[in-house]
Design a protein around this ligand. Structure first.
Ligand code: ADP
Ligand code: MG
Length: 338
């Protein structure tokens, strides 16, 4: 498949700060690609490098096979939806959406027609005369999206675009963005620190930590088969077992991840009557009820683990001793930290 954006050992350092550090990346044409990582991990800097607002201090970037060095942002066929939307408050919605077309010298009638088309795409037909201040947060977000799509870029960069929206609207916009990406066939590069959002929306996810990419893969890859303890912990708060414990369990001294939903609690009585029923002994240190599941905090020696119990199943008491068991296939061995 054609490559939309290619990074070859790209770095962007600011003095001592390694915002982006020797990153290799290959985003495919037409893909919904998520960059996932905690605050300060280099996601925004990576987007700015693609957009052309920043230059790498080392390495090489290509966009659709063409060297990006020396190509200014407006010639890259790449648009950005910024985190804060960055709409012009004194302009109408229509003029906001058509702004880039006006700068490019397109006539008034034509650019207004294109703006209306883009507003229809984001389900805001007829909103052109309003000012941004007369819109809700979700509607402003859509205007920013329409503005970025109006000239049909080949790559759309979205920097935490849903961060300011409440949960319900966020979930609705996630589906709409996904649908829009499918129907337009534009490559989307979507930045988020929300693992659920990345997993539910993306074809592939790159997990960032401290300017480096820890893993690139499908949502299933990074959730079920994390390469490193960082990925296991960040993508879905998995239990990370240290090498010495994993050696006792499997003979191999490497870290391993074990998903909270893969842990089964075995009552003290059951464990006593069948020594094979449990692999580890734990103490229940905390319980939090969240509706669909109860999260159980467990102490295993000096390790804190968690398990999830679906609603309707028996829940242990705080302080109780329980056994832990799991399907051996769900213990996922990893590399040491990268
Ligand atoms: P993210 O978007 O993942 O939160 P950023 O790419 O914004 O992370 O930042 C990565 C790191 O680079 C952070 O430590 C940030 O403080 C630093 N950084 C970003 N831009 C600059 C800059 N212009 N000057 C100095 N440091 C910067
Ligand atoms: Mg950022």
């Amino acid at each position: 498949m054609q490559t939309a954006v290619l990074f070859k050992t790209v770095s962007r350092h600011y003095g001592e700060v390694r915002a982006v550090d020797r990153v290799d990346l290959d985003v495919r044409a037409g893909e919904f690609f998520a960059m996932l990582g905690p605050s300060g991990s280099g996601k925004t800097t990576s987007l700015r490098l693609i957009a052309g607002f920043e230059q790498p201090t080392a390495g090489h970037i290509e966009i659709f096979g063409e060297t990006a060095e020396g190509v200014p942002p407006y010639r890259r066929n790449v648009n950005t939806v910024f985190q804060d939307y960055a709409l012009f408050p004194h302009m109408s919605v229509r003029d906001n959406v058509a702004y880039g077309l006006m700068i490019a010298g397109m006539g008034r009638r034509e650019r207004h027609a294109k703006a209306e088309e883009a507003l229809e795409m984001v389900r805001l037909p007829g909103y052109g005369d309003r000012r941004p201040s007369a819109l809700s947060g979700g509607q402003r977000q859509r205007v920013a999206l329409a503005r970025a799509l109006v000239n049909r870029p080949k790559v759309l960069l979205l920097d935490e675009p849903l961060g300011a929206l409440d949960l319900k609207l966020r979930e609705q916009m996630q589906e709409e963005l996904k649908g829009l990406q499918r129907s337009l066939g534009i490559t989307f590069i979507f930045v988020t620190h929300d693992q659920g959002e990345a997993l539910s929306m993306a074809d592939r996810v790159a997990v960032f930590s401290e300017g480096r990419i820890q893993q690139v893969g499908t949502p299933q890859d990074v959730y079920e088969r994390p390469d490193t303890p960082f990925v296991a912990d960040f993508v879905g708060s998995s239990n990370v077992l240290p090498p010495d414990l994993v050696r006792e369990l499997t003979g191999l001294a490497v870290p391993a991840s074990l998903r909270p939903e893969a842990l089964r609690l075995v009552s003290g009585a059951e464990a006593a009557s069948d020594p094979d029923a449990s692999r580890l002994t734990a103490t229940v240190t905390g319980l939090s009820y969240t509706g669909a599941v109860t999260r159980v905090q467990l102490g295993v020696r000096d390790l804190a683990l968690s398990a999830l119990i679906p609603a309707g199943q028996p829940v242990p008491r705080g302080g109780e001793q329980v056994g832990l068991s799991w399907d051996p296939a769900s213990l996922h061995l990893m590399e040491a930290a990268r």
